[in-house]
Design a protein around this ligand. Structure first.
Ligand code: SF4
Length: 225
């Protein structure tokens, strides 16, 4: 391959030999993005401790160009969802995701963020953050080790390498609509679906009333003996 590049079949003027590199726009664009991912600085539970350890000198995710964890979503490219996602927190997570500029990525760190983990089906925990925001990389474990998180970063870099400037969503003509932000009421719900939820609840109540009325209308059971 290097043989082909140094002997392209036409004459290269001596003054630019060894000074010009030819590559594709996609490659250089992706190389720049994959080498400077800035994660948002927040953690939700125990997994966040492992994420913090990944930043320390032993593991040092600064090697990936991502040592600058940003406290503002507007300066972050990567949301690491590190920990248990409760119903109380999910509205804030979706709002922060919407506030991140494109290109942006989400990494679900650990069993809780990926699917609810040990708290799955718990009254206060959502069964995976991917029900609310699109997840690009999942990292398994409870908690995942720093090495596993580093592997997640490498997986994300490989994903970025496959993207093309011509097809990525942030350069499409159509504007990308923000994700609907759920609210926490008696349970988590979307205000946008209010009419649908109301109709469903009214129908359910009507069905219950009908069953109760039918029970009342039945003749009392008498003792045949
Ligand atoms: S996956 Fe395990 S370590 Fe991570 S937040 Fe859940 S319970 Fe804690």
């Amino acid at each position: 391959m290097s043989q082909d590049l140094t002997n392209p079949g036409y004459e290269i003027p001596p003054e630019i030999q060894n000074q010009v590199t030819i590559t594709t726009l996609d490659k250089i664009y992706n190389w720049g993005r994959r080498s400077s991912i800035w994660p948002m600085m927040f953690g939700l539970a125990c997994c966040a401790i492992e994420m913090i350890v990944t930043a320390t000198s032993r593991f040092d995710f600064g090697r990936f160009g991502m040592e600058i964890m940003r406290p503002s979503p507007r300066q972050a490219d990567l949301m690491i969802v590190a920990g248990t996602v409760t119903k109380k927190m999910i509205p804030q997570i979706v709002r922060l995701y919407n506030q991140m500029p494109e290109p942006k990525y989400v990494l679900a760190m650990g069993a809780c963020a990926s699917g609810g983990g040990p708290f799955k089906e718990g009254y206060n925990v959502v069964s995976g953050v991917d029900e609310f925001v699109p997840v690009d990389v999942y990292v398994a474990g409870c908690p995942p080790t720093p090495q596993a998180l580093l592997n997640g970063f490498i997986t994300l870099q490989k994903l970025i390498d496959t993207q093309s400037i011509k097809t990525v969503r942030w350069y499409r003509r159509e504007p990308v609509a923000p994700l609907p932000v759920p609210v926490l009421g008696p349970d988590i719900m979307y205000p946008q679906k209010y009419a649908e939820i109301r109709e469903y609840s009214l129908k359910k109540r009507q069905d219950q009333q009908t069953v109760a009325q039918q029970t009342l209308d039945q003749p009392p059971v008498t003792d045949a003996g």
